[in-house]
Design a protein around this ligand. Structure first.
Ligand SMILES: Cc1ncc(COP(=O)(O)O)c(C=O)c1O
Length: 488
């Protein structure tokens, strides 16, 4: 009979069976981005687009109506889907159903928070219980706030204190503000291509390294002029940037996604985080791990436990409320976190954070019970094994059909690159002409996967969950097989 791991064991268990060979991967990704595109045969692609017309009339009508009242027709990028967004009416475990009754294997998993699978009943029951006893919010203290903070500390000892907020974006804003207040420095360094939410200072160098302020419409330059990007994995550039900042007021923080920007689209080498830690110590900057995706998904100890690197601050999102709303927060060293208490006391540095519905009992209960269930069921490890099976199957298909595509995974975070758009190197001006066509190819591949019954994140990322049994993964691989069989 298998028994649930103890808490101490749980925080040492990870869904990653081995770290990928990053040098080899980067070479393959570069080759994908610099070689001719390999789209689907046109007749096949037209057939897939025809599938949406025939099989998704309800979604099509809803998308047209939504476009009238919702800018762009969707409230979040995740819901973009070529040729139109799907209206989802049911989610359960590893599957989604749309309004037209089509069923899909769900590798979007809401963008990552649901390691237990969608709409996991034991957590839902606890949330309903809470709603029945005190409703979603009172504005006063609820025991779940403390229970969640204590549990996170038990799982990630570096999180000595935790402030719950409404989203990952807010967690990052709070972390940067605390880092500046604590260090007295102003500059922030991020890795090019990384996403840390949409605050004024972080809409910088998104998706592709080298894009700087390209996406910063509506943001005054003063807001991001102390944000600097460094090229992924380039420790020498990180050092040079920290050195340059030193004579200009110093660096408050280096913020990284610990598996690499965009959940590892450009995967980090296994020692990058440790090197970043050492450089931060040398230059008096705080190291912030943005664990919005990795926190609890890689394992209950987070990426910091996996890499054995202790960040000063950790940003949380997604899993911290188990897929329920208001998922965000920041935690870390007590003396840095104390800056948030300043708003309540009359002495010391005062870093103001707020949010009427932050730390509401509903989100805290959902997060607490999700983490307990993940611990009891060993969900990150099971989700990681599913990711391994999926990646291995994708590798076989790529090999069998002699495609230049690249698949790899860090446990339950699986990447599948078919178009090379995310690997373009904008330091080469010729790359700019490639952006449009390769983006279109990615959208089409995403549409083909969906028409074959598999929902992905933007056609290139796949989150697995504990609900992904071998049968589910094999069902998905059969769908990928049908798509890859028709590549030009
Ligand atoms: C690494 C990372 N940081 C921050 C965020 C922002 O979190 P939120 O969408 O909750 O604001 C995201 C969202 O996907 C993310 O992936």
């Amino acid at each position: 009979m298998s028994t649930a791991p103890t808490r101490a064991e749980a925080r040492t268990r990870y869904g990653i069976s081995e770290w990928p060979d990053v040098d080899r991967l980067v070479k393959r990704c570069d080759a994908l981005a610099t070689s001719p595109m390999r789209p689907l045969r046109r007749d096949r692609m037209e057939a897939y687009l025809g599938w949406f017309e025939e099989r998704c009339p309800g979604s099509k009508a809803a998308a047209a109506a939504a476009a009238e009242r919702i800018p762009g027709g969707v409230q979040h990028n995740l819901a973009f889907n070529h040729p139109f967004p799907l209206e989802i009416t049911r989610a359960e475990g590893a599957h989604l159903w749309d309004v037209d009754g089509n069923r899909y294997v769900d590798f979007l998993q809401a963008g990552g928070p649901t390691v237990l699978g969608s709409n996991y009943p034991p957590v839902r029951e606890k949330v309903v219980e809470l709603l029945q006893s005190c409703g979603p919010v009172t504005g006063l203290f609820h025991e779940y706030e403390l229970k969640l903070a204590q549990l996170i500390h038990d799982l990630m000892p570096a999180v000595e204190q935790f402030r719950m907020l409404g989203s990952g974006t807010e967690g990052v804003m709070a972390a940067l503000r605390a880092a500046r207040a604590f260090t007295g420095h102003e500059h922030i360094v991020k890795v090019g291509g990384g996403y840390h939410g949409w605050s004024d200072q972080m809409v910088f160098a998104l998706r592709l390294p080298g894009t700087g302020a390209l996406d910063a419409a509506g943001i005054p330059p003063e807001c991001y002029q102390r944000t600097h990007e460094v090229f992924p994995h380039d420790v020498d550039e990180l050092r040079r940037t920290l050195q340059a900042n030193q004579s200009a007021g110093g660096t408050a923080a280096v913020i990284v996604e610990p598996v690499g920007p965009e959940s590892g689209v450009r995967p980090v080498t296994a020692d990058y985080n440790q090197q970043a830690r050492e450089l931060c110590d040398e230059f008096g900057a705080l190291l912030i791990f943005d664990e919005v995706v990795t926190g609890f998904r890689l394992g209950l100890g987070g990426a910091q436990g996996y890499f054995g690197v202790r960040p000063d601050l950790t940003v949380f999102g997604k899993c911290v409320a188990g897929g329920y709303p208001a998922a965000g927060g920041v935690g870390g060293r007590q003396e840095v976190m104390a800056t948030f208490a300043g708003g309540l006391s009359s002495t010391g540095v005062k870093v103001l954070v707020g949010g009427t519905l932050s730390a509401n009992p509903l989100s805290c209960a959902a997060g607490y019970h999700s983490l307990l269930e993940m611990e009891r069921t060993d969900a990150p490890v099971k989700a990681g094994r599913a990711g391994d099976r999926l990646r291995a199957g994708l590798d076989d298909l790529i090999h069998r059909y002699e495609l230049p595509y690249v698949a790899y995974n860090f446990g339950s975070i699986v990447h599948l690159h078919t178009s090379g758009i995310l690997q373009l190197d904008l330091r080469d001006p010729a790359s700019f002409a490639e952006v449009g066509p390769r983006k279109h190819l990615l959208e089409e591949m995403g549409a083909a996967f969906t028409a074959e019954g598999v929902v992905t994140l933007a056609g290139s990322r796949l989150y697995t969950s504990m609900a992904d049994t071998d049968e589910v993964i094999d069902e998905a691989l059969a769908a990928f097989d049908r798509v890859f069989a028709h590549v030009e």
